[in-house]
Design a protein around this ligand. Structure first.
Ligand code: FA5
Length: 345
């Protein structure tokens, strides 16, 4: 039986050395290593051997099995390698072919728009001050001259999120940040300041092409000793020119409880250049922000003496600005997550 096993090993390895395709290799495996193959047949004879013959024959049988199995594994690798080199030789690689383009990530259009607004105000000397999105009723309304039950509260339909002894809400505008900025940066009403306060605001409103339930506002606040309405007009006009190019702007009287006097600013419609179109509702102008001189009560709540200090404030709707700049017909695209919209920016 020892001879038989040695012969089997030599013969099988000899045959394996001529095999170079996968089908033949599989045939070889079945023939020699398969469950009904030649090696299995040989091993089944072990039981018929005498006690003296069995150990040596058993040992050799295991050795033969191990060497056939490792030769088989080595052959699989060798065949793969040979196939690869053959295909590389027969189909040469064209290194001049253009690569597959890598898809680049991008900023959300609302973020890009905010950054442009920060840049313009930064160039004009305004620093960013971050205020909170969850506010108290006191800050969102009372401190800026809107006491409980004041009719102006109807302008800011509010999401209340807790109603304990102190009502908690999602800020409806960035104006409460005015109080926080004055208190944190004003050093008890002794320092002038120039800040913008950007961030998300929330309103319990019917969403439509121009109204969303959440949107970014950018508040602005300048406090100093001799700030006048002329400073407000000049600064806001300069912003509009930097944002939209040299288009005409116009101011007209408005009312906000936290500013006195108050004014809206419009910029000439960028779609029709003032001729009149559906975007500007045929007025030739688009409203971009609310503004005014900071009300004395608000200055006092921020720690300033209104007899010595004055200031102007404004609040612009960031997505509204972007809509107008790019001629986007519906504000709901911003948070709709439709890639066909987002990929255009
Ligand atoms: C205010 O919220 C004032 N706090 C602005 C202000 C600040 C005035 C400082 C004076 C001094 P208003 O409700 O008009 O005002 O909102 C300001 C801007 O936010 C609007 O002109 C508009 O561009 C944007 N806005 C308001 N509601 C929505 C909404 N639902 N969806 C998208 N943008 C909105």
């Amino acid at each position: 039986m020892l001879d038989e096993l040695n012969r089997l090993r030599n013969e099988s390895l000899e045959q394996l050395s001529h095999i170079w395709d996968e089908a033949a290799l599989e045939e070889w495996r079945v023939k020699f290593l398969g469950r009904n193959g030649l090696l299995a047949a040989e091993m089944s004879k072990l039981g018929t051997l005498s006690k003296e013959e069995k150990p040596a024959a058993g040992k050799l049988a295991n050795e033969v099995k191990a060497s056939l199995e490792s030769a088989y594994q080595a052959k699989i690798g060798a065949i793969k390698q040979r196939n690869l080199s053959e295909s590389l030789e027969s189909e040469p690689l064209d290194v001049t072919l253009p690569g597959r383009p890598v898809k680049r990530g991008r900023l959300h259009p609302a973020t890009e728009n905010l950054r442009e607004i920060y840049r313009i105000w930064g160039d004009m000397g305004f620093q960013v001050f971050r205020s909170r999105e969850v506010e108290s009723d006191e800050m969102n309304f009372q401190m800026i001259n809107i006491p409980p039950h004041h009719p102006a509260r109807d302008n800011w339909s509010t999401f209340y999120i807790a109603d304990t002894d102190q009502r908690v809400l999602l800020r409806t505008h960035t104006s409460p940040g005015q109080i926080r900025a004055m208190r944190e940066l004003g050093q008890n009403g002794t320092q002038p300041l120039r800040v913008i306060l950007p961030g998300m605001c929330y309103r319990y409103e019917q969403a439509s092409s121009r109204y969303e339930i959440q949107f970014n506002q950018v508040e602005g606040l300048a406090v100093g000793r001799n700030i006048t309405f002329a400073d407000l007009k000049g600064t806001l006009t300069e912003f509009a020119h930097r944002m939209y190019g040299n288009r005409p702007v116009r101011f007209y009287g408005d009312h906000f409880p936290f500013t006195e006097p108050s004014a809206q600013m419009d910029v000439q419609c960028i779609i029709c250049d003032g001729v009149g179109c559906p975007m500007c509702k045929y007025t030739g102008y688009l409203e971009i922000l609310g503004s005014g001189m900071v009300h004395p009560h608000v200055l006092r709540n921020g720690g300033y003496d209104p007899n010595e200090w004055s200031g102007f404030a404004f609040g612009l709707g960031a997505e509204r600005i972007a809509i107008l700049k790019h001629g986007i017909e519906d504000i709901r695209y911003f948070w709709g997550n439709d890639l066909r919209f987002l990929e255009q920016f």
